[in-house]
Design a protein around this ligand. Structure first.
Ligand code: HEC
Length: 148
């Protein structure tokens, strides 16, 4: 195997490890990350609406996705990424960075608590996920441009 081939195999593996971050710009990366956060919310919402059977493993996998997103999200708002790529990030993220960081920390805390709770039925899932959804909504109200 030539060196070039080895290198491209390594980079392929890296891309495969986190396809969500395949886009280059921070705007694309945070958009993709939030799409994953949204996708992870779907099965939980369906369970709570009893459109799908309770599954502790699926719920925990969603919590895990949220925890990983919470850890990565804060780094994706560097100076210069305020606009472009149809970003829905509000200018307040940069003008009130401390407030945004606090919103993100609140989200991470609620997710950690949900993981620690390890819900085993619908009632405990509701108790664990409710505070997380409140954090989603709170941050979107202050730091995400509303959909038209
Ligand atoms: C700390 C702030 C914060 C928290 C907490 C948060 N979001 Fe977001 N979310 C954002 C921002 C900012 C954007 C816009 C990102 C961009 O366009 O650059 C966004 C965008 C989105 C999008 C749109 C993705 C797209 O297609 O553009 C979805 C879906 C979403 N969030 C779901 C959620 C859900 C579900 C939760 C909770 C489980 C959550 N978010 C928690 C800040 C947050």
């Amino acid at each position: 195997m030539t060196r070039v081939t080895k290198l491209s195999v390594v980079s392929l593996l890296l891309i495969a490890a986190w396809p969500a971050l395949a886009g280059d710009s921070p705007q694309e990366q945070r958009h993709e990350l939030m799409e994953h956060v949204g996708d992870a919310a779907k099965p939980i919402g369906e369970m709570l609406k009893q459109e799908r059977a309770f599954d502790a493993g699926v719920a925990m996998a969603s919590f895990q996705t949220w925890a990983e997103a919470a850890a990565a999200f804060g780094d994706l708002f560097p100076a210069g990424s305020e606009t472009g790529y149809d970003t829905e990030a509000k200018a307040t993220i940069w003008s009130d960075r401390a407030g945004f960081d606090a919103a993100l920390a609140g989200f991470a805390e609620a997710v950690d608590a949900a993981i620690a709770a390890q819900p085993q039925d619908l009632e405990s899932l509701n108790a664990a996920a409710g505070p997380v959804f409140k954090q989603c909504k709170g941050c979107h109200e202050d730091y995400r441009v509303e959909d038209e």
